[in-house]
Design a protein around this ligand. Structure first.
Ligand code: AMP
Length: 182
């Protein structure tokens, strides 16, 4: 099957970046460089880097997470393949489910597109519950919404707990629950 590689229009996309192995901060910054070199794609901005706790198994190091905003003409599937190539070239090997990872690149939002295939689900299926996705993305785009119109800011207010913390902030800095309107 021939995969369509380019869209006619430029689409704003948000990519989740995460690592908890081999100097995670370095890994995230390497991924930024690789994203800057993507074909048919214009770099927008990267969020601050955030410390977050692992999902799933807790016997693994904390994560460093960030979100990147891009504009691309790559189709969703071509973008996924490009992200998987970056992951491979950076040395990612598949480990346990929700386990430790050298680098993880997820398509969070692709314009207003909703998509569900065996390979690719957009919006990313868990983004609405993840503080380490919602807060960095909101820092880049405070009015961001899901394709169904739900504001990410409203989803962030519904988070049970917020563990994530910007690395640039001191102990009391960054977004804390009070600032999220709790
Ligand atoms: P993981 O390594 O745990 O992030 O899982 C990667 C798998 O998730 C890949 O096989 C992708 O095909 C699949 N996947 C489904 N939706 C997405 C998405 N929005 N972004 C990235 N990967 C996705």
């Amino acid at each position: 099957m021939k995969v369509q590689v380019l869209n006619q229009d430029v689409t704003e996309v948000f990519i989740g970046v995460g690592s908890n192995l081999s100097d995670p901060e370095y890994q995230v910054r390497q991924a930024f460089k690789a994203l800057q070199a993507l074909p048919e794609t214009q770099w927008g901005a990267a969020s601050d880097l955030y410390h977050s706790r692992p999902q799933g198994p807790q016997n693994q190091p904390d994560f460093v997470n960030a979100v990147v905003r891009l504009k691309t003409r790559l189709t969703p599937i071509a973008l996924l393949r490009a992200l998987q190539r970056i992951e491979r070239e950076q040395g990612k090997v598949k480990q346990r489910h929700w386990g430790e990872r050298l680098i993880d690149l997820d398509i969070l939002l692709y314009g207003n597109t909703t998509l569900q295939t065996d390979d690719l689900i957009i919006p990313h299926p868990f983004m609405a519950q993840r503080d380490f996705v919602l807060l960095p993305l909101l820092a880049l785009s405070p009015k961001a919404a899901l394709p169904n119109g739900v504001l990410l800011a409203d989803l962030a207010k519904q988070l049970d707990e917020v563990f994530v913390k910007p690395m640039s902030a001191d102990e009391n800095g960054g977004l804390i629950p009070e600032q999220l309107g709790k």
